[in-house]
Design a protein around this ligand. Structure first.
Ligand code: FE
Length: 230
């Protein structure tokens, strides 16, 4: 498998490029608009054909490259059915598989950070978006975020995956690149709660500033990043 983890320094976003073989079809997860040329160059250098671009959720901190990549490669753009981004070519339901070459990513609906958050599961790894971060979890205080939904997504879905499964989040602010389900269960401070109520109390007591780009990024991302908000 060809697998590349790419980083956007401005928004601390991880983007993932995945393909089963050189010369094959590729998928990109959570691409950032400002990095679109870099992705296209790499896809070309690795002799890949981009067929699918997908966002884990509507981001509030950067503008997506979904629309730009669709325009330059004719790839399909996809998000989960709960998305409000009507610009995507297709939407998927939980349990639908994203297929690229011989690869298959199962979709898991993991709301909480936003109501449209999905995770993508492969046998040895999971792309958790902002639902599960390394030693953290995504904030739940905007975009119809819901700490109770996030508790359910974490404890009844993601943490039920085998402990050896690698965790690849959509962001990291501390320089960590990958973790495992088992490692997060044991060491993620947000997961050491006694139950749902304790999780809600913890998340509701966080006082976070809005992301700098939120008022621009959310409306722009509903248009797949093709139109900037007025
Ligand atoms: Fe997010």
């Amino acid at each position: 498998m060809i697998f590349r983890q790419l980083f956007d320094h401005t928004s601390y976003t991880y983007t993932y490029l995945i393909a089963d073989r050189t010369g094959g079809e590729a998928l990109i997860i959570d691409p950032v608009l400002e990095q679109a040329d870099r992705y296209l160059r790499l896809i070309n250098e690795l002799d890949l054909h981009l067929v699918l671009s997908v966002d884990t959720h509507i981001h509030a901190d950067h503008i997506t490259a979904l629309g730009a990549l669709r325009e330059s490669t004719d790839c399909i753009t996809a998000m989960g059915q709960m998305t409000r981004a009507e610009c995507v070519s297709v939407t998927f339901n939980e349990g639908d598989a994203l297929r690229v070459g011989s690869l298959r990513l199962n979709t898991l609906y993991t709301p909480g950070h936003t109501e449209d958050s999905y995770s993508f599961v492969m046998p040895d790894r999971v792309f958790t978006g902002d639902t599960l971060l390394i030693r953290g979890t995504g904030r739940t205080d905007f975009q119809n975020g819901d700490p109770a939904a996030q508790y359910d997504s974490l404890f009844n879905k993601l943490l039920k995956l085998p402990p050896s499964v690698l965790v690849y989040p959509a962001h990291d602010y501390n320089g960590m690149t990958v973790s495992t389900i088992g490692e997060e269960k044991q060491h993620n401070p947000r997961l050491q709660v006694t139950g749902e109520k304790a999780y809600l109390d913890m998340m509701n007591s966080l006082k976070l500033d809005d992301p700098r780009l939120m008022d621009v990024a959310v409306p722009a991302n509903r248009e797949c990043g093709l139109k900037r908000a007025a």
